[in-house]
Design a protein around this ligand. Sequence first.
Ligand code: ATP
Length: 202
Amino acid sequence: KPLTVGITGGIGSGKTTVAKIFSILGVPIYFADDRAKWLMGNDPILISKIKESFGEESFSESGELNRKYLAEKVFADTEKTKQINALVHPAVGKDFEVWVALQNAPYVLKEAALLFETGSYKQLDQVINVSAPLKLRVSRVLMRDPQRTEKQINDIIDKQLPDEEKNEKADFVIKNTENKLLIPQVLKIHQALKTKADSGQI
Ligand code: ATP
């Protein structure tokens, strides 16, 4: 079984960009946030649980997830956020385990925005945090998603663990401030993880 490694980072830190560099090196990547969205629309057990807790309106008549309805219901309400997470996270956890068992590699990556916040890091052997200064992160997101406001981005940041705390909890930190420094950091961690996997250190 491959070593399981989480890759996380606050909004705009560049975790997806970094994950894609690992992917070029041949590392299998599980994009947990994308997969969660997919499961919410396609996993029959999860779908029935969502309908039970959030109403039939959570899905359209044609069976598509009503993201707008759910987002409005959930985002401003911490209890409801907990409730939906309690449904989605175990489904993603199981789906991840099945996926890992199918991979043939020394280690695999699980990319997710909230690995520490949700506790799902406990399921992983190692964690990488992608770190960048707050201002730079906000400006990257504004460039990438021009429809978003600074207030919306700050609301998301408020729900995420501060970067410093994530850096402390992580086994590896990638500082994503300058493009040219990114690949050497990735290569170093790639080597370290391969060595760990080979030696069965974890
Ligand atoms: P989110 O949590 O919103 O999904 P993320 O952490 O996955 O964000 P990315 O989508 O990888 O972040 O990066 C945010 C934006 O910043 C993207 O448009 C990406 O191309 C850009 N970016 C990331 N790293 C760098 C870099 N080193 N130099 C220049 N642009 C970068």
